[in-house]
Design a protein around this ligand. Sequence first.
Ligand code: ZN
Length: 451
Amino acid sequence: MIPKGVLLYGPPGTGKTMLARAVAGEADVPFFSISASEFVEMIVGVGASRVRDLFEQAKKDAPAIIFIDELDAIGRVRGAGGFSGGNDEREQTLNQILTEMDGFAGTEGVIVIAATNRPEVLDPALLRPGRFDRRVTVAPPDQAGRLKILKVHTRSVPLADDVNLATIASTTPGMVGADLRNLINEAALGAARRGHIEVTREDFTDALEKIVLGAARRIVLSAEDRRRTAYHESGHALLGMLEPGADPVRKVSIIPRGQALGVTFQSPEADRYGYGQSYLRGRIVGALGGQAAEELIYGEITTGAESDLEQATRIARQMVGRWGMSEKIGRVSVLPGPADQRLLFPGMDGASSEHTRELVDQEVKRITDECYTRALKTLRVHREQLDSLAGALLEHETLDEPDAYQAAGIPQPQRAEQPPIPTAGAAVPSLPHIAEPDSVNSARSDQRHGL
Ligand code: ZN
């Protein structure tokens, strides 16, 4: 049976609108598009009548596709949010859409496609059979998809010979189409500023650095703060180089950016869609490496490691509570998963007992304690390499991958020459079981602030 309604959901910038438009183009049918946010501020009654007109027009021109963007703007769970003023209009508009869809006999040849970034707030009435009962995840593109997107957006950009789009695609996991376009714009701006006639690899590297790490900030650190930051970042970086299976260290810097005094940036060779337990422990060890280095060198730690601790705790908590990686808790899910999983498996919001929650806390503490001990021990054993890396950082402020590994006296990991062969139709991958990337975002920024 042909569906009446299809819901596209995924993070902003993943191209949901483009996808809907492409479907209409491919089917060679008229495309009617509205954004639900337009209705929010309308006078009562106007939204509903616009919806009525829209459906009438589409039926007249059938077969046709109606696209409703930002469905969550009117399709929120009723009664949620607490504002009553705009609610009437929103509700009337929503009701009109539901009435129109329920009125389809199935022979009109009109399909409604809606898009949202926030499927978890939608009113369940929208998801009932006969309404938006087909759900399609629009995930961020994989490496092959990013390469294709980069090719499209650089079509009219003069690229220097040293630019390798496949390499850029491999170092930008998690970026969506809009991010990649922004990256190319930044690189082109940088090229113009430097008087280049073509956009070079350096322009891309600088643009990526600015986007991922933030723009450099001109503040003067005391010699003591610089040295401490150098050791802190070297602790992260050295453990990133030594922990088996850890993502390669791409850049280490003690140039202050945003709130951060220093940054260690790691990214995988290829996209990761699942994480092994030892990899995750390695990530925690690395996250705690800055603090461990400070303890080793200065015998005390500072307030600067706050975001490191948050990151380490977040990973450990998910290992225990979501991914069944603690024997004491066992293979049960006691923490809520990502929003889209809650949508697909309602009722999985995991109300666990107080006893279980205590046990989770204990297990999280055990894992982070073990990882901290490991970080400290490894850095103690490799003290000379730590000193050497920190020394190089103090001298050069920023070290790229080859220089960082050289300063630490560690062979650089083998880089895969050829990226994985693009698979057909990889532009919109649908990956239902991603261990979601937010928990493992590698750029670490180290903030240091008073109490
Ligand atoms: Zn840190």
